[in-house]
Write a protein that binds this ligand. Sequence first.
Ligand code: PMP
Length: 288
Amino acid sequence: MTTIVYLNGVFLPQEEAQISVMDRGFLFGDGVYEVIPVYDQQPFRLHEHLARLQSSLDGIRLVNPHRVDEWENLIAQVIARTAWKDQGVYLQVTRGTGPRDHAFPAQVKPTVFILPMALTPPSAEAVEKGVNAITATDTRWSRCDLKVTSLLPNVMLRQLSVDADCAETLLLRDGELIEGSVSSVFIVVAGVLRAVPKSNLMLPGITYDVVLELARAAAIEHEIRPVSETELRHADEIWITSSTKEVLAVTRLDGNDVGSGRPGPLFRRMHALYQTYKHSVMRRKAEA
Ligand code: PMP
């Protein structure tokens, strides 16, 4: 079935969607993006994703081309035009076209693109057995809090784990854990959940927030403070989280077992809490 995308005011088949070679997204990676999970045709945490989009746009000094209600409407229309019940809606805003000059063009007409993508939830095996990860030095810039389309360092870092047949690359900077190349990272030490504090060096993950909210609601002991490389390597549990992966346990890091080498008890609890929460939100939305 043809995928219908949205590009600058028009819904059209993906194969027919074209942008100018002078688009600054193409020339400079001068743009921002979001990926919003959709379950049973309902966007999950949409307002949080749109708020992060606004922060990313503010961070690159690009005026948001749409109000929140307009985004909601466009996303709803993209969802209505796809057969998938579950999907990831990718949206991207670039600084539009202009002469190839690093400086912003005098007149900016942003390019807005929305693409529905298949959403493959983690396999039962990945949830049951956990996944393998490697570590690498974080080579990215110092505004990793912005979700920008210039993703070459993330691409290179993620490929390292693909080459090593692993699910993710955990990034270390100056002896501290930052996040994954495409996910947030939590550890568990002696039954206490630990999250790295948000900073300019990591993306403020929507799932990171959900996990901490669930931990608070379930009175799971947790703390938000930096994680050293040594603490990471000796953690009882390591989790990676993202909108598409939800919560997964890392059970081998750089070839060594994490804890028992099986997903730990707190992971199992959080995974169950996450699923229950997700389904309750979706049910409430469907009934509304
Ligand atoms: N960090 C990075 C670098 C990411 O690419 C992602 C995935 N978007 C995340 C963290 C997790 O963010 P979220 O939970 O909002 O998907």
